[in-house]
Design a protein around this ligand. Sequence first.
Ligand code: FMN
Length: 183
Amino acid sequence: MLFDLIKNRRSVFPAQYNDQPIAKETIEKVLEAANWAPSHRKTEPWRFKVLQGESKEKLGLFLSLKYLENDASPKEFKAKKIIQNPKSAAAVIAICMQRDPEESVPEWEEVAAVAMAVQNMWLMCTELGIGAYWSSPGLIKYMGEFFEMNRGEVCLGFFYMGNYDEKVSDAVRMPLEDKVDWL
Ligand SMILES: Cc1cc2nc3c(=O)[nH]c(=O)nc-3n(C[C@H](O)[C@H](O)[C@H](O)COP(=O)(O)O)c2cc1C
């Protein structure tokens, strides 16, 4: 049931992934789900860059270098973790947003549309038993130096994907009553 799928979606992190690969067709299916997200004025602002193998390793090295260069007091263990995370994943998908050159809708609506696309991916992964999470480190501001980005394209984070064995822990949410006003 859809509600169960929504409720069972969890952030599953690289440390929890095993080394089983994910087939290209599976990643395509996940991205196809993203492509069915809604967008105001049909701007379809979601853009993805799929990293596997060597490009995935290069991402870790790049981010780690940027961390060491820019952090006020960089820690070696953290630099290593930044390298290790993409290594542990079967795939890392850069989540990007292409700003409509006409600026026909406010930017927040484009960000919202990309987030809806990511939710579709995340739910698809849940159904397929694939672990995933959205990572949004401050270092994403440097991604224009790593990727060839179009004008108006920005990186909003990384969608990590990996197979996993262990059961992921249950989640809690603060009560809905605190967030809803019935008028
Ligand atoms: C836009 C967005 C950015 C996120 N960025 C991070 C992140 O940088 N690091 C992280 O550990 N989790 C990140 N998360 C995952 C959240 O921590 C996670 O969704 C939250 O703890 C709820 O857990 P759940 O996804 O298992 O329900 C992000 C989630 C969203 C929606």
